[in-house]
Write a protein that binds this ligand. Structure first.
Ligand SMILES: [Zn+2]
Ligand SMILES: [Zn+2]
Length: 580
C-alpha cells in the first residue's frame, strides 16, 4: 500500500504552504487529507483505479489530481515546485523550540538560513537581531532553543524517560476507552538510555484517547493523531509514539515492539524451524496460516517451546538458548532489598539529618541504613574529619536506641587520593561498621595511574566496597580510563565488593560490567542509591534494573542479606576472625 507515502507527500505540501504563509484553510485541507489517507483502511491505489478517490473524506478535485499524479509518476509537480521555492531543510528550523513557520520562512528569505548550523552561526554573529521586529531577545531565545534541541536529540536517560511514561500512563488511567496501556521498546527492557518512547494501547475508540491527550499537561505538540498511531512531543522535547493494537494481538505486539531487534530476529528464525511465523499480530502456523498465539505475551514464548524471558534479558545475549533449557535465572526484584547501602546526610552534603533519613528508611521497610557521608578530603562536600566522625558515631549510637528491628550503620565514603591512599588513616577506618571508598577527583590521570589508585584502595583491608567504580555520568562525562579487568581481578582476590550506583545518571557499574564481575570473577555486588535526601531512596529501582539486565539474582547482591549476614561478607570479618 502506498497510503503512508501519499500521506507523507501531502503533509509535506501542507508544511511548505504553512511556511510560505499561505491561506490557513488551504494548509488545513492538505493536513486533513493527509490524516484521512494515513488512517484509511483500504488501499489508496485500489480506490484510484476504481475512480473512487473522491470518496475519501477531505479529498476534493485538486488534491485528488495530485494523488493521482503521485500514483502514476511517483511525484507531485506542485510539491516539486514548492521545494524549489523553499528547501525542505527549512522545515528543520521548526524543530527548534520557539521557531514557528513564519519565523523560519523569514530567516530563510531574509538571511538565507537553511539549516540549524547556519541558524546558530547567524545568531552568534548577531545578524538576527538586525532584522525588523526581531531584536536581541529573539536571538538569545534561538540560541537557547538550539541548545535544548541538541540535548533532546541525544538518547534520553531512563531516569528521565521512565517518570514521563509513568505520568502519561497515570494521566490516561481513568480513560474508560482504554483496555490495555503499557510501554514497550527499550524503556520496557530498562535500557540505561532510550531513543523514542513507545506506548502500546488497546482501545475501542482512539479518537477519544487523542482528545484526552490534547489536554495532557506536559504536551508540547502533536505530530500525528490517527486511529492506529499517534505521535506527540512532550516536555522537555521528547517524542512519544502511541501504537493502537487489537486486543487479540496485544501479546504479540508487546513482544514485537519490546525487542530487542536481535532478540526478535533469533525468535523469528526459531519459529521458522518449527514451521511457525511470528510477527506483531501473532504466531501463525505456516502450513495453514492458522493463528496459534497472540493475545498474551507469555503464549508467544510458550508456543515456541521457550520459558518466558523477562524483558530486561531480551538482548540476544544467550537468553534464548537458556530459555530452551528452562534455565532462565530468577532475577533480583526490588522487594529483595532489605537495606540501603550508601547515603549522605547533612553531616556532609546531604539535605536531611541522620534521624530523618533513618525514620524514612524504616518506614520503607528497610532493616538497616548505611550512613556513608563524605570524608575530609572532599572539602566542597563538607567531608568529615576524624573528630566529626567520633561525634557522628555517638549520635548514631543514641539514635539506634530508638529503633527495634532496624539499625543505622555507621559507614563512610572515603576518598581515594591521587596517590592511591585514602584520606583517613586505618586506625579511623577500622572503627566504622563498613567502609566505602570512591574516586571523586583526578579523573584525568593516565589509565595506569587510575587503575593503580583503585587497586591500592581495593587492597586496603578496611575498604569493603568501591563506589561508582568507573566514574561515568550518562550523557555528561565518560568513564575515566581504567583497566576494569585488573580492578575486577583485584576485587576478586581481596573479597572487595563493587557497587552498582543507582543514581540514574551514574548506573555504575553498568549492566555489562556488572554481569562480567559476577560471571567471570564471582564478585559480590551491592546496590546503593547514594541518596542525598529522603526522596532519593526510591532510586533503588534503577539499580535493580541494572542488576536484572546483568542477569543477577538475589544472592548476588549484598543488601538482600540481613545485616548479620552482610557483616560476614565484609573483608573486616576475616580480619576480625584472625585477630581473635
Ligand atoms: Zn561518591
Ligand atoms: Zn556517595
Amino acid at each position: 500500500m502506498k497510503n503512508s507515502e501519499v500521506a507523507k507527500a501531502l503533509y509535506e505540501i501542507a508544511a511548505l504552504l504553512e511556511i510560505k504563509g499561505e491561506n490557513k484553510y488551504k494548509v488545513a485541507a492538505y493536513t486533513e487529507a493527509a490524516m484521512r489517507i494515513e488512517n484509511l483502511q483500504e488501499d489508496i491505489e485500489k480506490l484510484y483505479k476504481l475512480g473512487k478517490l473522491n470518496k475519501i473524506k477531505g479529498v476534493g478535485e485538486s488534491i485528488g489530481q495530485k494523488i493521482a499524479e503521485y500514483l502514476e509518476t511517483g511525484k507531485i509537480s506542485y510539491l516539486e515546485e514548492l521545494k524549489k521555492e523553499i528547501p525542505p531543510e527549512v522545515l528543520e528550523l521548526e524543530k527548534i523550540p520557539g521557531i514557528g513557520p513564519k519565523l523560519a520562512y523569514r530567516l530563510y528569505k531574509e538571511l538565507g538560513i537553511k539549516d540549524i548550523d547556519s541558524l546558530e552561526k547567524a545568531a552568534k554573529e548577531g545578524r538576527i537581531r538586525l532584522l525588523p521586529r526581531l531584536g536581541e531577545k529573539v536571538e538569545q531565545n534561538i540560541l537557547e532553543g538550539i541548545k535544548q534541541f541538541r540535548q533532546s536529540s541525544e538518547r534520553i536517560p531512563l531516569g528521565i524517560a521512565l517518570p514521563i511514561v509513568e505520568e502519561i500512563i497515570s494521566y490516561l488511567s481513568n480513560n474508560p476507552y482504554i483496555t490495555n496501556i503499557t510501554p514497550a521498546g527499550s524503556i520496557r527492557r530498562r535500557k540505561e538510555t532510550i531513543g523514542d518512547i513507545d506506548i502500546l494501547i488497546t482501545t475501542k475508540d482512539m479518537e477519544r484517547v487523542n482528545e484526552q491527550l490534547l489536554k495532557l499537561p506536559i504536551l508540547k505538540n502533536i505530530l500525528a493523531a490517527g486511529t492506529t498511531k499517534t505521535s506527540i512531543i512532550v516536555e522537555p522535547g521528547i517524542q512519544v509514539d502511541f501504537r493502537v493494537v487489537e486486543d487479540e494481538s496485544f501479546g504479540a505486539a508487546l513482544q514485537y515492539f519490546t525487542g530487542s531487534k536481535n532478540h526478535n530476529i533469533k525468535l523469528r528464525e526459531l519459529a521458522l524451524k518449527k514451521g511457525l511465523k511470528i510477527n506483531e499480530y501473532g504466531v501463525f502456523r505456516l502450513s495453514d496460516n492458522k493463528k496459534i498465539a497472540g493475545e498474551k505475551e507469555e503464549e508467544i514464548y510458550e508456543v515456541l517451546g521457550l520459558q518466558y524471558i523477562p524483558p530486561e534479558l531480551r538482548e540476544d545475549q544467550g537468553e534464548i538458548e537458556l530459555a530452551m533449557q528452562n534455565k532462565i535465572p530468577i532475577l533480583i526484584e526490588e522487594k529483595d532489598i532489605v537495606g540501603e547501602m550508601h547515603s549522605h546526610t547533612n553531616w556532609s552534603d546531604g539535605m536531611n539529618t541522620i534521624e530523618e533519613m533513618a525514620n524514612y528508611a524504616y518506614k520503607l521497610g528497610y532493616k538497616y541504613l548505611v550512613i556513608s557521608d563524605h570524608s575530609q578530603a572532599l572539602g566542597v562536600a563538607g567531608g568529615l574529619t576524624p573528630e566529626q566522625i567520633e561525634k557522628q558515631r555517638r549520635e548514631i549510637y543514641e539514635l539506634n536506641k530508638k529503633f527495634k528491628d532496624f539499625r543505622i550503620i555507621h559507614g563512610i565514603e572515603a576518598n581515594i587520593l591521587s596517590d592511591g591512599n585514602l584520606d583517613l588513616p586505618n586506625e579511623v577506618l577500622e572503627k566504622f561498621d563498613i567502609v566505602i571508598a570512591g574516586l571523586h577527583s583526578g579523573f584525568k590521570q593516565s589509565k595506569e595511574k587510575i587503575t593503580e589508585r583503585l587497586i591500592s584502595a581495593i587492597k586496603n583491608p578496611y575498604v569493603d566496597i568501591i563506589s561508582h567504580p568507573t566514574g561515568r555520568l550518562i550523557n555528561k562525562r565518560p568513564a575515566y580510563e581504567v583497566d576494569l579487568d585488573a580492578i575486577l581481578e583485584a576485587a576478586k582476590e581481596t573479597g572487595t565488593i563493587l557497587e552498582i550506583n543507582a543514581q540514574p545518571d551514574r548506573l555504575d557499574l553498568c549492566d555489562l560490567d556488572a554481569r562480567r564481575a559476577k560471571e567471570k570473577y564471582g564478585i559480590l555486588l551491592s546496590i546503593g542509591t547514594d541518596a542525598h535526601d529522603i526522596r532519593s531512596f526510591s532510586l533503588i529501582r534503577y539499580g535493580i534494573f541494572v542488576a536484572r539486565r546483568a542477569w543477577l539474582k538475589k544472592e548476588d547482591i549484598l543488601n538482600t542479606y540481613p545485616w548479620e549476614e552482610v557483616q560476614k561478607r565484609l573483608k573486616r570479618a576475616k580480619l576480625n576472625a584472625k585477630n581473635l
